[in-house]
Write a protein that binds this ligand. Structure first.
Ligand code: ADP
Length: 208
């Protein structure tokens, strides 16, 4: 696999929406959030270690991780957050890298990492960083519309993430998602063409 583009952005910025548009154009998508959900589903690979560290109280009835409960625990107890991350992050990273390698059917891979800029661990795996950029007021409105989180909870999540300025400083490419959803496909298509060209150049060894 020649080109891996890291797609990032704050909660509710539109990463999943944008990734769907790239997928329609033929990019392979590896989504670390989706991998985290799989790992913490009822028979997910992370569950034995999570139950070992936190006990059965963090499980839902079906045996999957009670994510809302775990989120509250992590916000009130930094040590709990650290031990959860120590279990989950290596598993997510290993699975992401394996899936990127397997995606050789596509011209390039979009690796969706919400905390790409914060973690640093993914930077060595991506050739460039695409930021889905959006202001805080829109992030809050979108997340509240799609979930049961309160405004205060969304604000806490945003405060724990990199700032908009930090993301903008780290990005190679920026896709603004402050307008209507219908405005996204044009920008996605322009980026897709750029990535096809970069992937082609990376695969072309040039004159001997
Ligand atoms: P993320 O993956 O970054 O958290 P999503 O793509 O899930 O963000 O978008 C968050 C919510 O906002 C979703 O319900 C999505 O349908 C909606 N959304 C995304 N882009 C827009 C937009 N430009 N205008 C209005 N709603 C949007």
């Amino acid at each position: 696999m020649s080109l891996i583009v890291g797609l990032t952005g704050g909660i509710g910025s539109g990463k999943t929406t944008v990734a769907g548009l790239f997928a329609e154009l033929g990019a392979a998508i590896v989504d670390t959030d989706a991998i985290a959900h799989e790992l913490t589903s009822a028979r997910g690979a992370a569950m034995p270690a999570i139950v070992g560290a936190f006990g059965g109280a963090v499980l839902r009835e079906d045996g999957s991780l009670d994510r809302a409960r775990m989120r509250r625990l992590c916000f009130s107890d930094p040590a709990a957050r650290k031990s959860l991350e120590a279990i989950l992050h290596p598993l997510i990273r290993g699975e992401s890298v394996a899936r990127c390698r397997r995606a050789d059917y596509a011209p390039y891979v979009l690796l969706v990492v919400p905390l790409l800029i914060e973690s640093g661990a993914y930077r060595e795996h991506v050739g460039r960083i695409l930021l889905v950029d959006c202001d805080e007021a829109r992030q809050i409105a979108r997340v509240m519309a799609r979930s049961a989180l309160s405004e205060q909870e969304v604000r806490e999540i945003i405060a724990a993430q990199a700032s908009r300025a930090e993301r903008l400083a780290a990005a190679d490419d920026v896709l603004s998602n402050t307008g209507a959803p219908g405005e996204l496909p044009m920008g996605v298509l322009a980026l897709h063409r750029r990535y096809l060209e970069l992937a082609r150049r990376a695969n072309d060894p040039g004159p001997a």
